[in-house]
Ligand binder design. Structure first.
Ligand SMILES: *[C@@H]1O[C@H](CO)[C@@H](O)[C@H](O)[C@H]1NC(C)=O
Ligand SMILES: *[C@@H]1O[C@H](CO)[C@@H](O)[C@H](O)[C@H]1NC(C)=O
Ligand SMILES: *[C@@H]1O[C@H](CO)[C@@H](O)[C@H](O)[C@H]1NC(C)=O
Ligand SMILES: *[C@@H]1O[C@H](CO)[C@@H](O)[C@H](O)[C@H]1NC(C)=O
Ligand SMILES: *[C@@H]1O[C@H](CO)[C@@H](O)[C@H](O)[C@H]1NC(C)=O
Ligand SMILES: *[C@@H]1O[C@H](CO)[C@@H](O)[C@H](O)[C@H]1NC(C)=O
Ligand SMILES: *[C@@H]1O[C@H](CO)[C@@H](O)[C@H](O)[C@H]1NC(C)=O
Ligand SMILES: *[C@@H]1O[C@H](CO)[C@@H](O)[C@H](O)[C@H]1NC(C)=O
Ligand SMILES: *[C@@H]1O[C@H](CO)[C@@H](O)[C@H](O)[C@H]1NC(C)=O
Ligand SMILES: *[C@@H]1O[C@H](CO)[C@@H](O)[C@H](O)[C@H]1NC(C)=O
Ligand SMILES: *[C@@H]1O[C@H](CO)[C@@H](O)[C@H](O)[C@H]1NC(C)=O
Ligand SMILES: *[C@@H]1O[C@H](CO)[C@@H](O)[C@H](O)[C@H]1NC(C)=O
Length: 655
């Protein structure tokens, strides 16, 4: 008993202290590269650390004070997430090789005298993290002294309210600075300009309101997300800016930003602002230009700075989702000749008209020459001008989910291409046939009533999502023309019955989602396809046609079947699934019914005999009984007839 208890105590001790104690007590002869002492409930730094350590992790402990460490080879020290509030003056003096110091999530806004002295002695530091320490402007200024070799600095989640040009005076080599999650509302001129190596600056989640004069030529990646920025303006100069990524999302922008003319901007994030709130595109453009001139020259607007700068931009992606556009800013966006993807979801377009300024009386045709991916989800869109569709020269992916778009039948467009009736916002449908390059179309949840014949003729769609168009009626030939190209088709949540689902022979189809309908049989045309994944959940299937499943099984990899009421005893198809090793991920949730009960398919499969043989027996008994009863009734009837005939004969004799 005692021995048993003892061995358990030893085991417990080993589990708690084992690796850590062995490291300290028996340092290996090869020399310790690193020691992980994180999460060890330490309240002080162990005294007998191996002097050859290169890396030491003391994170997630309860260390409050730090005294002299003598680890002359140490390159990395992680003290994050402790309760450190006192670092004695000389604590770091002997860490001459230290390159990375992580002090995040401590309480270093105390004892500034000793702490800052200690930090100032680390003159070779390359990477410093002092996030989450409640640091004031003053504290940070002290902590950053004597840091000429610092390359990366993280100060997320402190209490900075302003940044002065003195802050980085002694750390001019910085390449990456993160000061997100502070309370900064003011940045003094000349703060970042002298940091010639600065590439990435994150000022997200602060209180910045206006960017009046952006001048940071050196920066590649600027993050101003989640401030209160109302406008962003850069004064025109003839220098090149290295800017590639600009994040202005979650601000209060009313206008597009005026970006420096000579830039390398590729990604512009403007989601969750108020751009477009000023009715028309023309109003917005003229307002932002007057703002520019007021700020820069103190004079009224004369030039279209916005457009002349946008024209030269090599932007690839712009996110304008969650803004306030009621009309599509065609004349601004078409200037972006490299634009490949545009997210315009969650605005309030309702219609896309071809409202562009006319030159010499004719409506111009403009083209989005590079646009491949356009997201127009959730805009209440009902009408899209054919001219707009024509402008989508290279479009491959179009997301129209959650709008009110009714696709036209193929003929609508061709019969009368020039007909003025086509521009009827209320009644008109959208003819996708114009989009010859289109590959992926999402028409989910558009209240589509009828999917007309050959609605997509002219496109070469690879994937089509028609889900959630409840009660949509599909014309027999709706998908005609997509036979050779369509690979993925989603027609779930339509409440469609088998008699209303007819699919053409689609040779390329390999994914089919027909879940959440009222289907009880698979369309015969599936035999043409080599479907690999099929989702049949939540329908009214009772069984599957054996030969059909057999045909499908040659290609089928995955099949979802739960939410149907299968007949347990009509289960030949199951043996095919079993034999061919088709994956049925939801088999354990699948139920089946017998005459007497409803049970899990798995349950049934454990003892199939007991359920269905019972049923057969009962059936036989019932059949037997019925026969006996029928014979009995027959006999009685015969007797009655014979008897009544006798009576009749007798009666007739009487007459
Ligand atoms: C510092 O440690 C925290 C975890 O406590 C981590 O999230 C952060 O990335 C580390 N900083 C650096 C510069 O490695
Ligand atoms: C620690 O550094 C101080 C000052 O640089 C030096 O005098 C002292 O000898 C060093 N101690 C060790 C153990 O290296
Ligand atoms: C450092 O801390 C010690 C002990 O608390 C104190 O005596 C000393 O004045 C402090 N030094 C500075 C520069 O604040
Ligand atoms: C600044 O770093 C140098 C070494 O580069 C060192 O000699 C000096 O003492 C440090 N200054 C302070 C105030 O610690
Ligand atoms: C900008 O910062 C926010 C908040 O920290 C972050 O969510 C976002 O991903 C960053 N943007 C970019 C483009 O890195
Ligand atoms: C478009 O924006 C929405 C909402 O911000 C987002 O959910 C979606 O991922 C974005 N899509 C693309 C392709 O960027
Ligand atoms: C479209 O319908 C709305 C009301 O449903 C009506 O106010 C508007 O005048 C109609 N527009 C056209 C061009 O028919
Ligand atoms: C099929 O569509 C439903 C929504 O109707 C969805 O929940 C399910 O995940 C889809 N199936 C597959 C395999 O993606
Ligand atoms: C689906 O159709 C059936 C029969 O027409 C109807 O009873 C049911 O309410 C419909 N379900 C939905 C969600 O519309
Ligand atoms: C099937 O229907 C159930 C109940 O209505 C629902 O919880 C489940 O998400 C549906 N499954 C799919 C794949 O949509
Ligand atoms: C099963 O499907 C085949 C074609 O795959 C068809 O010829 C046969 O009639 C179907 N059987 C039943 C009972 O529907
Ligand atoms: C499924 O196949 C395994 C052998 O691969 C067999 O043991 C099992 O009985 C089969 N189950 C059914 C329901 O056919």
């Amino acid at each position: 008993m005692a021995g048993y208890l003892f061995s358990h105590l030893v085991l417990l001790w080993f589990l708690t202290f084992g690796p850590y104690t062995t490291n300290l007590a028996f340092p290996s002869k090869v020399g310790l590269k690193s020691t992980d002492l994180s999460d060890k409930d330490l309240s002080f730094v162990p005294l007998d650390l191996d002097v050859r350590l290169l890396s030491l992790d003391l994170s997630n402990n309860f260390i409050r004070q730090l005294h002299t460490l003598v680890l002359p080879l140490l390159k990395q020290l992680d003290l994050s997430n402790n309760q450190l509030d006192f670092i004695s003056e000389g604590a770091f003096e002997n860490l001459t090789q230290l390159e990375l110091l992580n002090l995040s999530r401590n309480e270093l806004n105390n004892n500034l005298g000793n702490n800052s002295k200690a930090l100032q002695s680390l003159s070779n530091l390359k990477n410093l993290d002092i996030s989450g320490n409640g640091l004031s402007n003053e504290a940070v200024e002290l902590y950053l002294k004597n840091k000429s070799s610092l390359l990366q600095l993280k100060m997320t989640g402190n209490a900075l309210t302003a940044i002065s040009y003195k802050l980085f005076k002694e750390s001019k080599g910085l390449q990456i600075i993160s000061i997100d999650g502070n309370l900064i509302s003011d940045i003094e001129r000349g703060t970042f300009e002298p940091l010639s190596q600065l590439e990435t600056l994150t000022l997200a989640r602060n209180n910045l309101a206006h960017i009046c004069d952006f001048k940071l030529h050196q920066i590649k990646h600027l993050n101003l997300s989640r401030n209160s920025v109302e406008y962003f303006i850069s004064r025109e100069d003839h220098k090149w800016y290295r800017l590639e990524i600009l994040d202005l999302s979650f601000n209060k922008l009313l206008y597009f930003p005026i970006i420096p003319k000579y830039n390398h901007l590729k990604y512009l994030y403007l989601q969750n602002n108020m751009i477009g709130a000023l009715q028309s595109e023309a109003t917005m453009v003229s307002e932002v230009n007057s703002l520019y001139d007021e700020i820069v020259h103190g004079k009224p607007a004369r030039e279209n700075h916005l457009h002349s700068n946008w024209r030269t931009m090599q932007l690839i992606h712009i996110d304008l989702s969650y803004n306030h556009f009621t009309s599509f800013p065609i004349e601004t966006l078409f200037l972006l000749s490299s634009l490949e993807s545009l997210n315009f979801s969650y605005n309030c377009l309702k219609n896309i008209n071809w409202n562009i300024r006319r030159f010499s009386g004719t409506a111009r045709q403009l083209f989005f020459v590079s646009l491949k991916d356009l997201n127009l989800q959730s805009n209440g869109l009902q009408y899209i001008s054919p001219r707009f569709l024509e402008a989508l020269w290279q479009i491959e992916r179009l997301n129209l989910q959650d709008n009110l778009v009714q696709p036209c039948a193929f003929n609508d467009h061709r019969k009368n291409p020039q007909s003025p009736q086509q521009v009827k916002p209320n009644s008109s449908c959208v003819s996708f046939g114009q989009l010859r390059t289109l590959k992926h179309l999402n028409l989910r949840a558009n209240y589509i009533k009828v999917l007309q014949e050959k609605a997509f003729l002219g496109t070469s769609l690879v994937s089509l999502d028609l889900a959630q168009n409840v009660h949509m009626v599909m014309h027999e030939e709706a998908l005609e023309s997509l036979q050779a190209t369509l690979e993925s088709l989603i027609i779930s949540e339509i409440n469609m019955s088998s008699s209303h689902l007819s699919l053409p022979c689609m040779v390329a189809l390999n994914q089919l989602n027909i879940s959440n309908n009222r289907l009880h049989e698979l369309p015969n045309s599936l035999s043409c396809s080599s479907v690999r994944n099929i989702d049949l959940r939540n329908n009214t299937f009772v069984t599957f046609n054996y030969s059909q499943i057999h045909n499908l099984s040659t290609h089928l990899k995955t099949m979802y079947i739960s939410g149907n009421s299968f007949n347990c005893c009509d289960n030949q198809w199951l043996t095919i699934l079993n034999d061919t090793k088709i994956d049925v991920p939801d088999i354990s949730e699948t139920e089946c019914v017998t005459d007497v009960t409803r049970l899990r398919l798995m349950e049934y499969l454990k003892t199939p005999f007991s359920y269905c043989s019972a049923r057969t027996k009962t059936q036989e008994v019932i059949v037997g009984e019925t026969i006996v009863i029928l014979i009995f009734i027959g006999a009685v009837l015969t007797m009655l007839i014979v008897f009544s005939k006798k009576c009749c004969t007798q009666r007739s004799l009487l007459v």
